[in-house]
Ligand binder design. Structure first.
Ligand code: ADP
Ligand code: MG
Length: 287
């Protein structure tokens, strides 16, 4: 454990260290998230490659039929079509092709989104302050943390109003959100649990609360949780940099971070950030 009590706000180095540690802890989950769709896309394409010669054969017979003048040959070609249809169960192959392709497109979109999220998380462009919408930022952080939340943690997101804008650095803010989500997931542990993200915008501020159903933070360690390198986790599990970095990033955005108890009995982290109230979206960037 070390002093100083806060991470210097200019400390890009610590932010980078924490980001690498976060990416490190997400790697196995992200690899799984990529591997799963890639697995079924490959298997779907392999099935499609088996179906294709049948479709081609059917198409060839159809073409021959279209150009055929001889009635006897026509009858023979029609019989071939009927035989092929029955033999290969063409109806099934067509329906299956449709669902193979639909699933593959969905899988490829998942891969694309995850790769985009990772690039956004690490790309220098995303260090620029820009006009951002909160909802997509939360969705991106949830996608990146998805595997750590597994199936035993349910998440819900309640935004009031549904569209909230702010000025910020997308990668840094995503880092804050992912850190808080991972802390919540680690606090909940292997048992079923809940994480609720609620955001309200009022009087030029946006207040985002991340509440979990974990055991909460004992009063005696509460004063220390924003101290760099303070961790209650086993060596290799926690760096103790997550919360101080969150605090530093939030302060760079002109906001504050505080902690309280959630209605589920666990911890609730509350971020207050200046909301962007100007209208017009010319300078806005999709997250
Ligand atoms: N949601 C939470 N529930 C319970 N304890 C928490 C929660 N978030 C943070 N903590 C406590 O704060 C400590 C510091 O968190 P952090 O700075 O993110 O470091 P790390 O996660 O590496 O331990 C954690 O070790 C844990 O004891
Ligand atoms: Mg942490």
């Amino acid at each position: 454990m070390q002093n100083p009590a806060t991470v210097p706000s200019s400390s890009a180095h610590w932010q980078q260290t924490d980001r690498l540690a976060t990416i490190g802890s997400l790697t196995a989950g992200i690899a799984h998230e990529l591997n799963n769709p890639i697995g079924y896309i490959l298997s779907n394409l392999t099935s499609f490659a088996l179906y294709l010669p049948v479709f081609m054969q059917y198409f060839d017979i159809l073409q021959a039929l279209a150009h055929c003048e001889d009635p006897q040959q026509k009858t023979a070609l029609r019989q071939q079509l009927a035989a092929l249809q029955q033999q290969e169960n063409l109806q099934f192959l067509l329906q299956d092709t449709q669902s193979l392709l639909n699933d593959s497109v969905q899988g490829a979109l998942r891969v694309r989104d995850l790769v985009l999220d990772l690039r956004r998380f690490s790309h220098p462009d995303h260090a620029e302050f820009q006009r951002l919408e909160l909802g997509p930022l939360l969705e991106m952080a949830l996608r990146l943390s998805k595997n750590e939340l597994k199936n035993h943690i349910t998440t819900e997101c309640l935004l009031e109003p549904a569209t909230i804008w702010l000025q910020g650095q997308p990668a840094a803010l995503t880092q804050v959100l992912v850190n808080l989500l991972l802390n919540a997931a680690q606090a909940i542990g292997p048992d079923n649990g809940q994480i609720r993200l609620t955001a309200v915008q009022a009087d030029g501020w946006l207040e985002l609360c991340i509440a979990d159903s974990g055991p909460g933070i004992p009063a005696d360690i509460l004063p220390q949780i924003f101290t760099p390198f303070f961790t209650t986790k086993a060596p290799g599990k926690g760096t103790g940099l997550g919360l101080p970095i969150c605090q530093s990033i939030v302060q760079q955005h002109g906001g504050t971070i505080s902690v309280g108890s959630s209605t589920f009995g666990g911890a609730a982290f509350i971020l207050r950030l200046p909301a962007e109230t100007t209208t017009g979206s010319n300078d806005s960037h999709p997250v």
